[in-house]
Design a protein around this ligand. Structure first.
Ligand code: GLN
Length: 474
């Protein structure tokens, strides 16, 4: 499939049309969606109407925007007005949002065509999409393996060329880890750069929406479209969207890049080797590679698994059988709440709610949640310290290539370790990107991760582009 940049250019130039691009996307979806379970909902009618509107506006000579006629897939925790939105939970079955997320409005206003809602781990809790209430998504490179998660559907949509771009959300790694496992580019932006308005909340102090694409330029273009201040999100940064696409070829000459021990230790040998090859490529492109250690990163996972469940237990209190989706009736309100939540939530969501409620409860709050917040401060300080010395950090995205279904479902801790390299930057609120770099066991893709200080997205795209051009082969 052509890139989003090329599609938008051709649609604007009259060599293609939004309707033709949509037809191509829907044909790719029809060919493999039954096998891969990428989309929970396809909006054929809405997409066709939107494509025709874009083509009509172009015919009148109007500027339809930077994503003119580009098909896009939306993770099903992003609200789109009138379109079923479930967060892959039974508790939201049948719910149609009365408004659209700011990111959805922005991509549509830029001329993109939303084809449907992609599968995820229920409420974005997981690393494999096996926690979806509607069955897992399969990895397009090998359908016996997971696509990663929680944004597994969005990563797979792009990897299977169903849509050139997609949106996901990343609370502890849910864009970067599936991007790595599916062989696509995925970025978690700086906290506050992209509005969370209309994103179904998991852990609000960590959640960020970001792009998936088959190449670095498309990811930069998509982020440029969705970023920038939004008065509907109180944590939104005050600035306008930064210029990103125009900087992707800036290179890394003169940059200091930190090859970080804690971001590779414990990964499979083939993943470590890919990161080392990436370091060599960056060095050859003019960067100075500094080997460093940030011991605080080792604390990330345990702090995250107190903070994220604590926030989730509060955010998910709203699913009470009154306001949204499913209700299971019972003799009084409390019993109705209990019956609804018992029937509506899956096992992992219940586990997180119980962990979070416990961590926040009187008598334990200081020992667990309070302690985790202190660790979070240590993490923020550690990142600040290293970014005084280096511009970018380099490490692995995930410890291994995509694993088989069921390999980690019996052991939540093993599953949680999938995000050991991605979580630190969520805790700090800084950006990071995963870019495909070589292949490993079973010819499955490997992703390497580049991390930078707040608002360093342009530099991260430029460094990722150097790796993309080099190709990653051993
Ligand atoms: N896999 C991590 C978790 O289960 C991260 C999820 C995410 O980033 N949404 O919490």
């Amino acid at each position: 499939m052509r890139s989003a940049v090329e599609i938008a250019r051709d649609v604007r130039g009259g060599q293609s049309s939004a309707e033709a691009e949509l037809a191509r996307s829907l044909a790719a979806i029809a060919a493999r969606n039954d096998e891969l379970n990428v989309f929970l909902h396809l909006d054929h009618q809405g997409a066709l109407e939107a494509a025709r509107r874009v083509d009509e506006r172009l015919a009148k000579g109007e500027d339809v925007g930077a994503l003119a006629g580009v098909p896009i897939a939306l993770k099903d925790n992003l609200c789109q007005i009138g379109v079923p939105t479930t967060a892959a939970s039974k508790i939201l079955s049948g719910w149609r949002p009365p408004y659209s997320a700011t990111v959805v409005e922005r991509v549509l206003a830029a001329g993109a065509i939303a084809v449907g809602k992609t599968n995820l781990d229920e409420f974005a809790m997981g690393s494999s999409t096996e926690n979806s209430a509607f069955g897992p998504t399969r990895n397009p490179h090998d359908p016996s393996r997971v696509p990663g998660g929680s944004s597994g559907g969005s990563a797979a949509a792009v990897a299977a060329d169903m849509t050139p771009i997609a949106l996901g959300s990343d609370t502890g790694g849910s864009i970067r880890q599936p991007a790595a496992l599916c062989g696509v580019v995925g970025m978690k932006p700086t906290y506050g750069l992209v509005s969370r308005y209309g994103l179904i909340a998991f852990a609000s102090s960590l959640d960020q929406i970001g792009p998936f694409a088959n190449n670095v330029s498309d990811a930069a273009l998509l982020l440029e479209v969705i970023a920038g201040h939004d008065p509907w999100d109180s944590t939104s940064l005050p600035e306008d969207s930064p210029s990103l696409l125009s900087h992707v070829d800036d290179g890394v000459a003169g940059k200091r890049i930190g090859l970080t021990r804690e971001l590779v230790d414990g990964a499979d040998d083939e993943v470590v080797a890919a990161v080392e090859r990436a370091a060599a490529v960056l060095r050859a492109a003019g960067a100075t590679i500094v080997e460093l250690s940030v011991p605080e990163f080792r604390l990330g996972l345990s702090a995250y698994y107190l903070i994220a469940p604590a926030e989730a237990s509060s955010n998910l209190a709203r699913y009470d059988g009154v306001r949204y989706g499913v209700r299971v009736d019972a003799e009084d309100v409390a019993a109705m709440n209990e019956a609804t939540r018992t029937a509506g939530f899956g096992a992992e969501v219940k586990r997180r709610i119980m962990l979070g409620t416990y961590a926040l409860s009187a008598g334990y709050y200081d020992a667990y949640y309070g302690q985790a917040l202190k660790v979070r401060t240590l993490m923020i300080d550690a990142f600040k310290r290293v970014y005084q010395d280096v511009d970018v950090l380099l490490g692995a995205t995930a410890p291994s290539v995509a694993f088989s279904f069921g390999a980690k479902t019996d052991n939540p801790l093993a599953m949680y370790l999938s995000d050991v390299f991605t979580i630190p930057t969520n805790l700090a609120g800084d950006p990071a990107i995963s870019v495909p770099f070589g292949r490993g066991e079973g010819d499955m893709p490997i992703g390497v991760q580049l991390l930078g200080p707040g608002r360093s997205e342009a530099e991260l795209f430029a460094a990722a582009r150097v790796l993309e051009v080099a190709g990653g082969a051993s």
